[in-house]
Design a protein around this ligand. Structure first.
Ligand code: PLP
Length: 384
């Protein structure tokens, strides 16, 4: 396969698999047990927390291990509503499905959820944000980069508005951490969600970073994670996550170097497909984007047709968010960007990783036109 669905998940790196196996074999004790077997695990946990904290630019005590970004996002949002009187949340319109669904549930329970609209190029409407970010909000939550378009959101500007209004800021940084440099202290956020499986780590583990001194209600009661997240720690997952961070921190390439290499491959793919397939339209082409993400449509060919055909030639991609794929609903984000629904249903996302090669990109530039060849004459591009 040529795997171009890395925004859905990435293949665990060999170092990650080795760290998980080592942990399962040699440190399977409960890190909360005071006996020697437990203490071996405790030491592993402390070391992994330190590695992850260093990589994310925060203090070890600011790291709360969770089961992934979905849980981290829920803890941020639900905790915000529990800790004070406010029943008003501000979120960005392009949030991940985990947030959109939670927002709908909360709205049904009487919580006011105000969405910062996206502009036609997929970034946030900062004028609208200015009007919505007021002291009466319990929390503002935005994503650092969108999982579908790859658009980088103006987090620094949003952080400044939150600071002025005295409202805590949560950033879902799941898609940008590992792909671009990140530092919690500099981010301006009070809470940040990260997931290990997007950066060549394992699934089912992530963190919620929480600024020192902030008190936040737990989702799960229990004494682990300084009473902030109950449940025996997923030590193999955490050790795998730490190995993924260590790999990125100490690899032969720095993160900016990898980002530049991946962006060059993405740009080559974009140019190659545009040249080969008339009517190719790239979504959010004018906005700053993640280096690895290309979201596009081939004229008006339905995404399911494209994906089926290219998979037969060994190219794996998706129509957008894996969490909302599989239905015939168009991407809510594209619709919010003003893309007509029928054309939004044609959206295909190609997302690269640091393991993607130039040779793979060259093959994809040949395979996609070959897979779509018979269809290209049939459809006319309606524009837009
Ligand atoms: N937030 C964003 C932006 C994502 O892309 C994803 C994963 O697709 C998630 C949250 C959910 O992460 P997890 O799979 O760790 O729950």
């Amino acid at each position: 396969w040529i795997y171009l669905d890395n925004n859905a998940t990435t293949a665990p790196a060999p170092e990650v698999v080795a760290a998980i196996n080592d942990c399962l074999l040699n440190s399977w004790g409960n890190a909360s047990s005071s006996h020697a077997v437990g203490q071996i695990s405790k030491q592993k946990l402390v070391a992994a927390r330190a590695t992850i904290a260093k990589f994310l630019g925060c203090k070890p005590a600011e790291v709360i291990f969770t089961s992934g970004a979905t849980e981290s996002n829920h803890m941020a949002i639900l905790g915000a509503l529990q800790r004070g009187e406010s029943r008003r949340l501000v979120m960005s319109a392009g949030e991940h499905a985990s947030m959109q669904k939670l927002a709908r549930t909360l709205a049904g329970q009487g919580v006011t959820v105000d969405f910062i609209p996206v502009t036609a190029d997929g970034t946030l409407d900062l004028d609208a944000a200015k009007a919505l970010i007021r002291p009466d909000a319990a929390l503002v939550s935005v994503m650092s980069a969108n999982n579908e378009t790859g658009v980088l959101m103006p987090v620094a500007e949003i952080a400044a508005l939150c600071k002025a209004a005295g409202v805590p800021l949560h950033v879902d940084a799941t898609q940008s951490v590992g792909k671009l440099p990140f530092g919690f202290a500099e981010s301006g956020a009070d809470l940040v969600s990260v997931s290990a499986h997007k950066l060549r780590g394992p699934k089912g583990v992530g963190v919620l970073l929480m600024k020192s001194g902030l008190a936040w209600p737990a989702l799960f009661a229990g004494s682990q994670e300084r009473n902030r997240r109950g449940g025996t720690e997923n030590l193999p997952g955490i050790a795998g996550f730490a190995a993924a961070c260590e790999r990125l921190a100490t690899g032969t390439e720095t993160i900016p170097e990898t980002a530049a290499r991946v962006a060059a491959m993405r740009d080559c793919l974009e140019a190659g497909l545009k040249a080969a397939i008339p009517g190719t339209v790239v979504f959010a082409a004018g906005a700053p984007r993640l280096p690895n993400t290309l979201y596009l449509r081939f004229g008006a060919i339905d995404a399911d047709v494209v994906l089926n055909r290219i998979e037969k030639l060994g190219v794996i991609a998706s129509s957008g968010s894996a969490c909302s794929a599989g239905g015939s609903e168009p991407s809510a984000l594209l619709v919010a960007m003003g893309v007509p629904r029928d054309l939004a249903l044609c959206a295909v996302r190609l997302s690269l990783s640091d393991a993607t090669t130039d040779a793979e990109i060259a093959r994809v530039i040949e395979a996609i036109p070959a897979a779509l060849g018979p269809l290209l004459g049939e459809q006319s591009d309606p524009g837009g």
